[in-house]
Structures are given as C-alpha cells and as structure tokens.
Write a protein that binds this ligand. Structure first.
Ligand code: NAD
Length: 432
C-alpha cells in the first residue's frame, strides 16, 4: 500500500499540501494518508476533517512522514524532515529549486527524491498539475482586492442624489494567468480597466474581459512570444517606446497591478520613480513581481513602500492569504501529479522516470542533483549534473537574486551539462 505523509508547514505558510477532499480521493485509490495534527488549521481543515476523509493523524512531523513513500509539502521543508523520511521516498512540493544552494544539496544528500512542482512542463497533459497557474490566478484576484481595500475611494461609478462617484482607473501590466484574473476582478468591482503586455496573443483576451489593451504594437511586438508561450526580453529601443507610452498612461491611473515576468530574467522594470511621482497621491501599486525584483523602481519585496503619497505593495505569498482556496487547488495539482504514478492494482508507488512530467520536475534522486540547470545555478556545488537536462521546461521561474550571478561570484560554476537522451525537453503541445 502506498503511504503518503503530510507535515505541517512553517509559520509563514498558511497553505497545506493535502486537503480532506484530496485525502478522500487518494484513500479511494488505495493510499494510506497520514497528516500531522493541526497542519490544516490555518486553511480551516481540522484533524477531524482529515480523519473523516480517511486519513490518520500523527503527533509530529517525523511521525507523519516516517513510513511515507511520498511526502507532500507546500514549501521546501527543513532538513530534519527529509532526514526523518525513508531513503528513496519522494518529496513533492514547491521546493524553490534555484535558491539556497547548500540547503537544497543537503536535502538531496538524504537520498530522498526531490520533485519541484514549479518546474512542471507547460503541456496539455500537465495543466491540472500546474501549481504556478493555480496559485497565480488567486494572486491576481487578491492583488486587486488588497488594492481596492487600501484605496481610499470607491471603484465603481455611483450616481447618487448627492452627486456622482467616478469609477476608478485600474491598469494591469502583464497579462498572464495573474494579470487575466486581475482584469476580471477589477472589472467585477466596476473599475475602468486597461492592460498591457508584450505578447500580441493577449490582446483579444483583454478585450473579451471588457478591458482596453494598450501596447507599442510594432514589428518587434508581433514576434515577442516564444514557442513556449512566454515573453521575450525586449530590445532597448522597444523599452524606450514602451516607457513613453506607460509614462503617459500611468499618470492618470488610480491603481496599477504589475505582474510582468520574463523567463530566466529579472522582472522588467516597467515603472520608474518619475512615473510614480506623476501619479496622484492616494494611488496604489501592487507589484506581484516583487519576489523576482519587482516591476517598479521603488518596490521593496515583503513591504509596503510609500513615495509622495503613492503606496507600492511588494507583499509576498498572496496565494497564502487565500489559503482555503489556494490549498484546495494546490492539493488537486499534487493529486493529479501523483495519480499516474500509483499502480492501481498493486496500490504501490510506481514512478515512471522516463515520463516527461517526472523528468521535468525531478531535481534530485539517489543523493544527487539530476537537473543541470539547478546544478548550474547551485554554482557546481551539487554532484551528478553532467547527466541532466540543461533546459528544464520551467526555466522561466529561476529567480534572479540567487541565480547565475551567485554561481559566478563563487567561481565554481560549471558549464551547462550536455543533454543526454534520457533527459530531453518535454515535447507536449502547449495550450493557453
Ligand atoms: P508569466 O508569469 O511568465 O508573465 C506574466 C506576464 O508578463 C506574461 O503575460 C508576459 O508576457 C508579461 N510580460 C513580460 N514582460 C513584459 C513587459 N516588458 N511588458 C509587459 N508585459 C510583460 O506568465 P504566465 O502567467 O506564466 O503565462 C504565460 C503564458 O503561458 C500565458 O499565455 C498563459 O496563458 C500560458 N499558460 C499555459 C499553460 C499550459 O499550457 N499548461 C498553463 C499556464 C499558462
């Protein structure tokens, strides 16, 4: 019988890796699930909810994971948790693969197989497992709700006997998963919404949500989307034209939500200090790119900065502020991922290491880092990189603060490993 363990998360993480609903499904599929007592409380799932769903409740994290073949977490856990696990068991979560080299290497050395859900290939088959999408969608929603709560005026137009309240103007920069949800939420609240992106594909999506699309639509714009559906880094000439357009637009906006990201690059700086100074006091910016350096010049990750009456929210982990929904969707992502690796007859774990989903997400196995990009970003500190895939599907998510610069700085960076047959790029079709 396959055993699944769920420990409690750290104090800053209200989400949990499995919900009672997903426990029920896994138990039905033949799994034995053990959840650490109290682990679901911050998502409002009680121990009783878990036992009613068929799980067992353990007194400690070590007890929850000791016999597990698979452990589900939200964040990268402490080393002690991996040490409490069986050698060869799978640890699956958002393991933040491109930061804290030593920490990740130590985790790998316990012999636990590490799977980073952030690296899930963006192919049709993996849509239900895409944690970045499920969590970004909620972040886009929460960004608008937070902005409207902090904004000291109303969002919708109201015509009253005492006079008319004008509708607020909301500008969304970057129309990926988070941006689309931000547009939809701001429209529902009655704001006048405009949006921009460098990918032409989003123009229709913006219009279909009732917002106006604005962008520098030159020849470069027409080529700005990669085959993977992500944005490219734009030329300096384009950036200048874009900055002029944005400067002109931003000064009339009440709320700006920025979500712009480029695969493997720092978040583009789209809003300068001068642009912020052109906005009316009381305006709000929510920068969802804060974790990757921010889209504005004044973003302070983890803080609310204020400049000449304009507040810039650089808050991190917005999905964690909607933990009930975020845990529910995240747990479904994990369950969808593990389901094909459960032998339904023998009711045992049967990971197909040649499957593109396993290959795309596994970062360490048998004590060794097996993803070359992770190894390279770790500055060559991890062993075994030479056999791994130099281009994981989600290179997009490599953060910048702890990336190649750090590797170069310690002078130990290895050249990317050569690709071998067993670690080829996933080939599935992209969908949007
Ligand atoms: P992301 O988080 O990588 O980036 C957010 C947005 O910022 C993107 O739309 C990007 O084009 C935009 N951006 C980058 N640089 C910019 C700039 N200088 N100015 C303005 N905007 C800029 O994006 P995402 O949310 O991961 O989505 C990327 C694409 O992948 C979307 O088309 C989405 O629909 C698609 N997608 C596909 C799947 C799947 O097939 N399984 C799943 C999720 C998303």
């Amino acid at each position: 019988m396959i055993a699944i363990g769920v420990p409690a998360e750290g104090k800053d993480e209200p989400r949990i890796g499995l919900t009672p609903e997903t426990v029920k499904k896994l138990v039905k599929a033949g799994a034995k699930v053990t959840v650490r007592s109290g682990a679901g409380l911050r998502s409002h799932f009680s121990d009783q909810d878990y036992t009613d769903a068929g799980a067992q409740v353990a007194k400690s994290d070590a007890d929850a994971v000791a016999d597990a073949d698979v452990v589900f977490t939200v964040r990268r856990p402490e080393l002690s948790l991996a040490k409490a696990m069986k050698k060869g068991a799978a640890l699956i979560g958002m393991l933040d693969p491109f930061s804290d080299a030593e920490g990740l290497d130590a985790l790998a050395k316990t012999g636990v197989a590490l799977f980073a859900m952030e690296l899930m290939p963006r192919i049709t088959r993996a849509q239900s497992m895409d944690v970045l999408s499920s969590q970004s969608n909620l972040a886009g929603y929460k960004a608008v709700v937070d902005a409207s709560a902090a904004f000291e005026r109303a969002l919708p137009m109201m015509m009253t006997a005492a006079g008319t309240v004008p509708a607020a103007r909301v500008f969304i920069m970057g129309v990926g998963v988070a941006g689309l949800q931000a547009i939809a939420t701001a429209r529902r609240l009655g704001a006048i919404v405009t949006a921009t992106d460098v990918r032409p594909a989003v123009k229709e999506q913006v219009a279909s949500l009732g917002a106006k699309f604005i962008a520098v639509e030159d020849e470069e714009f027409k080529q700005a989307e990669t085959a993977g559906g992500y944005a490219k880094e734009m030329s300096d000439e384009y950036k200048k034209k874009q900055a002029a357009l944005i400067a002109d637009h931003v000064k009339n906006q009440d709320i700006v939500i920025t979500t712009a990201l480029i695969p493997g690059r720092p978040a583009p700086k789209l809003i300068s200090k001068a642009m912020i100074e052109s906005m009316k006091p009381g305006s709000i910016i929510v920068d969802l790119a804060a974790e990757r350096g921010g889209n504005t010049e004044l973003t302070k990750p983890g803080e609310i900065a204020e400049h000449k009456g304009v507040r810039i929210f650089g808050l991190l982990n917005l999905p964690g502020q909607v933990p009930v929904n975020a845990s529910s969707l995240y747990a479904k992502n994990l369950q969808a991922f593990i389901d094909p690796f459960i032998d339904k007859e023998k009711k045992t774990l049967a990971i197909d290491w040649d499957d593109e989903l396993a290959k795309g997400t596994v970062i360490a196995r048998d004590g060794t880092i097996v993803n070359a990009m992770v190894a390279e970003r770790l500055g060559g500190k991890a062993g075994g990189a030479a056999k791994a895939d130099p281009k994981p599907a989600r290179a997009a998510r490599a953060p910048t603060k702890t990336g190649p610069a750090k590797s170069a700085a310690n002078g130990k960076a290895k050249a990317p490993a050569k690709r071998n047959g067993a670690q080829r790029q996933p080939k599935g079709g992209k969908t949007t």
